[in-house]
Ligand binder design. Structure first.
Ligand SMILES: [Zn+2]
Length: 155
């Protein structure tokens, strides 16, 4: 082995390893020392949220939901705390993401479109061309690049 017999390469390897370790250590220090962002609400709302009679609501349609529900009864959005971690239930959460892609219920940002395409590549096999066709048709219909609910730009 050449690297083990040449002392210059050994010193170089140690220097590179030391720099990588130092950079990783600085990353850990940077994350630990990052300022904590304040809560977006005041103390009164924080108190109301922790009261026992406080109800949970769907973040999409603001319908009251049960604390044991996995999905909203009105709109079907995932509302359970661990939906994406449960092996059986996460399939339905993933299905919701795919449905939102073809129904237009997502922010029309190019990065989100790329994410939907990439995740569909890993999930679909036979129906991938159909899904991509409907997804891109929906993207064009809603004037890709505009916010959800916003009028598409006409050039
Ligand atoms: Zn809902």
């Amino acid at each position: 082995m050449v690297a083990a017999s040449d002392p210059n390469l050994i010193v170089g390897d140690l220097a590179v390893g030391g720099m990588i370790f130092y950079a990783f250590w600085r990353l850990i220090v940077w994350v630990r020392e990052a300022p904590v962002s304040p809560d977006p609400w005041d103390a009164e709302i924080e108190k109301q949220l922790s009261e026992p009679e406080a109800v949970e609501i769907c973040p999409h349609c603001l319908t009251e939901t049960s604390s044991t529900a996995w999905f909203c009864e009105k709109c079907g959005s995932a509302v359970g705390p661990y939906n994406n971690l449960m092996p059986y239930v996460h399939v339905f959460s993933e299905g919701e993401v795919f449905r939102n892609g073809v129904a237009g219920r997502f922010r029309h940002r190019p990065l989100i479109l790329i994410g939907l395409i990439l995740i569909s590549l890993t999930s679909y096999f036979v129906f991938l061309p159909v899904y991509l066709f409907v997804l891109l048709a929906n993207w064009r219909r809603h004037g890709g690049g505009t916010e959800c609910g916003e009028e598409p730009k006409i050039l």
